[in-house]
Design a binder for this molecule. Structure first.
Ligand code: HEM
Length: 455
């Protein structure tokens, strides 16, 4: 190789590693870290909060750092979020970063019209009448999963024990998956009960594989997985490409219009089927990665025995009493209208949802404000105290459905089950900082609870 080619290759390599990148006029301070390309990613992964705090002290509220080949700008002053999120897509384009990330973690190569198709389908099917259909589907799947094998109160059924995080995540994930990706047809299994059972077993396997991927996800996204875990991530990717493949989906009943329309749109532009399968995995991740973990917060905050929830429980129990006295069939399907007709229920779940989505962030913001009573006050003062759905041009299109999913799950927990935490003095577990930046936060440990049917 001639010396000139060597020099060009060397300079090209150094360019890719980010060696020549400098802070340009008008840009925030740039901190590339000492390791080329990786930058600060190892320290960032070890303890994100500590790292960001260190950078804030060094550079102020706004700074850019290099993490695994990407440059991330952090904005830590919540009072300036408002102006920032209102910027146009030209100035605040998330697409090119999202495309690279989606390729790295799902193997999907984005095409030109992707975003447009996604937003059309979401506007049609995750809002208005479409949302009602989705919500009904969610309800029947939640009932299938929650009511099976819990016996009945008349059998004096014993309490069942579980981790509240795993239980909530499991049920909400599986019901959401079935509502979006469809059910096993009754015909193919020779009856409704058999088909429902197959939905339960299949979604259970999927959940456990998803959870494995979920745990590898942050390091996979930052490109710092050790080889053995990278191999496992590759295996899981292949598993999901198959599990939610077009072929498997076409054998299902009740596929949501949201998923169906997107799959059709990809077929119409002549996308290769194996690539559509990868896109289906993207949709699975986007729709299920956050909702399950988010259901833990409201369930925990509404658990009897957690001192701050007594007042809320008193309200719920007295409302339930009234509700049952008007309703002769407690097991019957609860409709969205019934749920939303309850004024206090709406405000309570909204508050719980906000609390669970923001609970840990706010306690960090407010430093030392550990009591749940102080959180809503902070919400009032800071408009963009946190942004669970993102903001601006790429705000989550599934937020209305997700809100309903959470309400439905918590509603059924309260209506169907007596449940309580095993430890009456349970502390709210700390957040797992290693997941910072990847959607809903998860607790570092689970909280044991027990439950049994109310009726
Ligand atoms: C509690 C549950 C959920 C949370 C916290 C959540 C949060 C988010 C966030 C933060 C984003 C990125 C927004 C941005 O870039 O600014 C996002 C994107 C997205 N979410 Fe959600 N989400 C949830 C549930 C759902 C559900 C149930 C669906 C679908 C049924 C969904 C579909 C999507 C899609 C398709 C995107 C990508 C949007 C785009 O590229 O423009 N999400 N979500």
């Amino acid at each position: 190789m001639s010396p000139l080619i060597c020099l060009v290759a060397l300079l090209g390599g150094l360019y890719v590693l980010g060696v020549f990148r400098k802070q340009r006029p008008g840009e925030p301070p740039l901190d590339k870290g000492l390791i080329p390309w990786l930058g600060h990613v190892l320290e960032f992964r070890r303890d994100t909060f500590k790292f960001l705090e260190r950078m804030r002290q060094k550079h102020g509220d706004v700074f850019t750092v290099q993490l695994g080949g990407f440059y991330f700008t952090f904005l830590q002053d919540p009072f300036s979020f408002g102006a920032f999120v209102k910027e146009s897509r030209e100035k605040l384009d998330f697409n090119s970063f999202a495309e690279q990330l989606v390729y790295r973690v799902f193997g999907y190569k984005a095409v030109e019209n992707d975003h447009h198709v996604l937003h059309n389908a979401s506007n049609k099917h995750l809002k208005g009448e479409g949302l009602e259909v989705m919500t009904q589907a969610m309800m029947s799947n939640l009932q299938n999963l929650m009511l099976h094998s819990v016996g009945s109160a008349t059998d004096q059924s014993p309490w069942k024990e579980d981790g509240l995080f795993m239980y909530s995540y499991n049920i909400v994930f599986r019901a959401g998956f079935l509502a979006l990706f469809g059910n096993v047809p009754h015909k193919s299994e020779g009856g409704e009960e058999k088909a429902k059972e197959k939905d339960r077993t299949h979604s259970e396997t999927l959940f456990y594989e998803f959870r494995k991927y979920d745990q590898l996800f942050p390091n996979l996204a930052y490109g710092v997985l050790p080889p053995k875990q990278k191999w496992e991530a590759d295996r899981l990717q292949s598993y999901f490409w198959d599990a939610v493949s077009v072929q498997n989906m076409k054998a299902k009943d009740n596929i949501s219009r949201w998923v169906w329309d997107m799959q059709q749109a990809k077929e119409e532009v002549g996308m290769d089927e194996s690539m559509i399968n990868k896109y289906m995995f993207v949709l699975l991740w986007a729709s299920q990665g956050n909702t399950g973990p988010s259901s833990f917060g409201p369930s925990l905050l509404l658990s009897p025995r957690l001192p701050q929830t007594y007042a809320a429980h008193f309200q719920i129990n007295s409302w339930l009493l009234r509700f049952w006295s008007q309703e002769p069939h407690p097991g019957q399907k609860q409709t969205l209208e019934v749920i939303s007709s309850l004024f206090w229920w709406g405000s309570l779940t909204r508050r719980c949802q906000k609390m669970c989505l923001s609970v840990w962030n706010i306690s960090k913001l407010s430093k030392g404000a550990n009591s749940s009573h102080s959180r809503p006050q902070i919400e009032l003062k800071i408009c963009y105290y946190n942004m669970p759905w993102g903001a601006g041009v790429s705000m989550c299109p599934g937020r209305f459905f997700a809100t309903n999913e959470l309400k439905q799950f918590v509603f059924l927990m309260l209506v169907y089950f007596e449940f309580e935490l095993k430890n009456p003095n349970e502390e709210i577990p700390e957040i797992d900082f290693r997941r910072w930046g990847f959607g809903s936060m998860q607790p570092i440990r689970d909280v044991q609870f027990r439950y049994r049917l109310r009726f």
